[in-house]
Write a protein that binds this ligand. Structure first.
Ligand SMILES: *Cc1c(COP(=O)(O)O)cnc(C)c1O
Length: 496
């Protein structure tokens, strides 16, 4: 199977090229030429399989240039009990009659990003061995908090790779910051920027195509790649867990084989929900895809009106990993919906960068609304949902997951659709202690994140993840903070 670029349909690359390169030369994103078909027999075959077996089966359809030995190596190195605290890799908790929280945060950094970023380094080094065997891969990451740590953890001390992570200085939680600034590994570096996530993401995208930097890389025998969800190697592992969860629910007797389920995803860069959409296109019985946003409701407005407009205030919320106004992966969805017309994509995304705004055609809007439903909630509603979910079901969810739970409830109230729903639970509540505590107690909350974790544990009767508590005694290694204009200089420094 080959891959095209969303901004140049004539560009044809293998999976290994797409993953090693990260982003296409002209700025487009790599997408599969056609989607593999998932038949009912395939789904039946998966009943009783381990997560790794399911992953290998699905990945083999997308990464046709990988040998089965290579896939075994990649999958088994990524998903195992040294890295994940659940033998099933992800867990499912039923909340109420028809909602299933798919817990994707049992990996080393306690956020769903681990599901992809534990696998990506193996996919990437395997890919580069095939396509550019002598090059060192330089991975630049812009993070709203969780990607940074998950990428660092995945790439630390991986031979032939280097990594530099940029995060918004005031845009991440205390726990997230500590996770990144204490990261070990000789090949990794972390830098704060005085700006928000969109600034970090735009800065990184610009550096990727900077001719001066490119010449420098060439001279050093290096090449850039991306660990953000613009990289196809981030998306394909995410398709796996929707299919795996569906077959697990069949196995547990919660749903019948072939039964339609909805999916709700707390959304920022549109990667996670896009993976669910791809699973649907492959044949997984998914009905509506419910896109949940926080107060940065650009996607809600887009789904409802067909107008994408980033010219609006940016809010810092209690769900920081969704504080985004430019959702990169929407480009892949729109490429699919407009019939793979690269000229249309160039036009819309050109307008996005020059005017901050574009309007899709009526037919694309219609198709968008047939598959997606958008909703949002603010911090107050997020907190109320954490409290209510805890009191009613004894289930403690993090702020991002709470946004999804609330929007799912709004969806069922508005539409009356009672279809069973898989809700992506994207982070451990202990990554966002202060906001979660403030939601469930009136007691005074200590300033120290570890004391907060102990308090949360006491009140909720749950256990804090060991990897977060271990940060307490780790030394802070990275303290740099730069203006966004200085990001290029930081990169040049690292390349030396
Ligand atoms: C990254 C992240 C999201 C948003 O996922 P996208 O793929 O960017 O839409 C939601 N919740 C958490 C906890 C995250 O880390």
């Amino acid at each position: 199977m080959n891959y095209n670029s969303t901004r140049d349909s004539g560009c044809i690359v293998t999976a290994a090229q797409a993953i090693a390169q990260g982003i296409s030369q002209e700025g487009g994103l790599f997408v599969p030429e056609t989607l593999p078909v998932l038949s009912r027999e395939d789904l039946e075959k998966m009943i009783g399989m381990s997560y790794n077996e399911k992953a290998k089966m699905i990945l083999s359809r997308f990464l046709t240039d990988f040998t089965s030995e290579e896939l075994d190596y990649c999958v088994d190195s990524a998903y195992n009990d040294r890295k994940f605290d659940s033998a099933n890799i992800s867990e499912i908790s039923r909340v109420g009659d028809s909602a299933y929280l798919l817990e994707l945060w049992h990996g080393p950094t306690c956020a769903f990003k681990d599901m992809a970023l534990q696998l990506l380094p193996f996919l990437m080094t395997t890919s580069s061995r095939k396509t550019a065997p002598d090059k060192e891969i330089v991975v630049l990451v812009a993070t709203s908090g969780d990607t940074g740590k998950a990428a660092l953890e995945g790439f630390a001390d991986v031979p032939h790779t280097r990594m530099l992570v940029f995060y918004p200085e005031n845009g991440v939680s205390e726990m997230q910051k500590l996770q990144m600034t204490t990261q070990s590994g000789e090949n990794v570096s972390v830098c704060a920027i005085k700006g928000n996530f969109d600034d970090a993401q735009s800065g990184v995208k610009k550096i990727f195509t900077d001719p001066v930097i490119e010449a420098e890389l060439e001279k050093n025998g290096q090449m850039f790649s991306s660990a953000n969800s613009i990289n196809w190697g981030r998306l394909v592992p995410q398709i796996v867990y929707y299919i795996a969860a569906y077959t697990t629910l069949v196995e547990q007797g919660e749903i019948a084989m072939g039964e339609t389920v909805n999916v709700t995803v707390p959304t920022g860069n549109f990667g996670n929900i896009l993976a669910a959409y791809y699973a649907k296109l492959m044949g997984l019985p998914i009905g509506k895809l419910i896109c949940a946003s926080n107060r940065n409701r650009v996607l809600t407005d887009f789904i409802r009106t067909g107008v994408y407009d980033r010219n609006r205030d940016f809010y810092t919320t209690t769900s920081p990993s969704m504080d985004i106004l430019i959702s990169s992966n929407l480009e892949r969805l729109l490429y699919q919906l407009c019939g793979k017309d690269d000229a249309v994509i160039r036009d819309w995304f050109g307008k996005l960068s020059s005017e901050g705004k574009y309007t899709v055609s009526d037919s694309v809007k219609e198709k968008l609304q047939a598959d997606f439903w958008g909703g949002f909630c603010d911090d107050e509603q997020t907190a109320a949902t954490i409290k209510k979910t805890f009191e009613e079901y004894g289930y403690l969810c993090d702020t991002h997951t709470a946004v999804a739970v609330k929007v799912y409830q709004d969806y069922t109230a508005e539409t009356g659709d009672k279809t069973k729903c898989i809700i992506a639970s994207t982070a451990s509540p202990y990554k966002f202690n202060d906001a979660v505590l403030a939601a469930i107690t009136d007691q005074e909350i200590p300033a120290d994140p570890f004391e907060q974790a102990e308090m949360l544990s006491r009140i909720s009767g749950t256990t804090p993840p060991a990897s977060l508590m271990a940060l307490k005694t780790k030394k802070v290694r990275f303290t740099d903070s730069v203006d966004k204009e200085q990001m290029v200089e930081k990169v040049k420094e690292m390349l030396k």
